[in-house]
Design a binder for this molecule. Structure first.
Ligand code: DQA
Length: 144
């Protein structure tokens, strides 16, 4: 199984940005945790981060025919991007949406997720562990 993990804008600032909301662990810590879990589960993983909407769309399109599953935290683009929603729908690869924070308990503008309707599941508010849960969900689906 080949898994793609995509992270949107400002997630490269983890550990520095708003530690009260996102914790004190760095983006590198997140990547290492994902890589270790993927290796334990015998899954091939690629991790991609960009601050640019079009680059995220390009990466989702390039996943077609290459990856079996996607974990995506579109960050702020969750709440604004029809383009990312359309890209996920276009490739029709099983996808789980992840948010580190519990967006349901935050500002009104975070209550809309454009991508959600194209995803198999959404995991929010479980910190970095949400990525592990998303990976396990997609492995289960793939191996069934
Ligand atoms: C986030 C939540 C978004 O509202 C925010 O814009 C982010 C991160 C999260 O992981 O909790 O950048 O996706």
């Amino acid at each position: 199984m080949k898994l793609l993990v995509i992270n949107g804008p400002n997630l490269n600032m983890l550990g520095i940005r708003e530690p009260g909301i996102y914790g004190s662990e760095s983006y590198n810590d997140l990547c290492e945790m994902i890589k270790k879990h993927a290796s334990d589960m015998k899954v091939e993983v690629e991790i991609f981060q960009s601050n640019h909407e079009g680059d995220l769309v390009d990466k989702i399109q390039a996943a077609y025919g290459v990856f079996d599953a996607i974990v995506i935290n579109p960050a702020a683009y969750t709440h604004t991007s029809v383009a990312i929603l359309d890209a996920v729908k276009a490739v029709a690869i099983p996808t789980v949406e992840v948010h580190i924070s519990d967006v349901s308990k935050r500002e009104d503008f975070r209550q809309i997720s454009y991508i959600r309707s194209a995803c198999d599941a959404t995991i929010a508010g479980h910190g970095f562990n949400g990525y592990i849960e998303a990976i396990d969900y997609l492995i289960d689906k793939y191996r069934k």
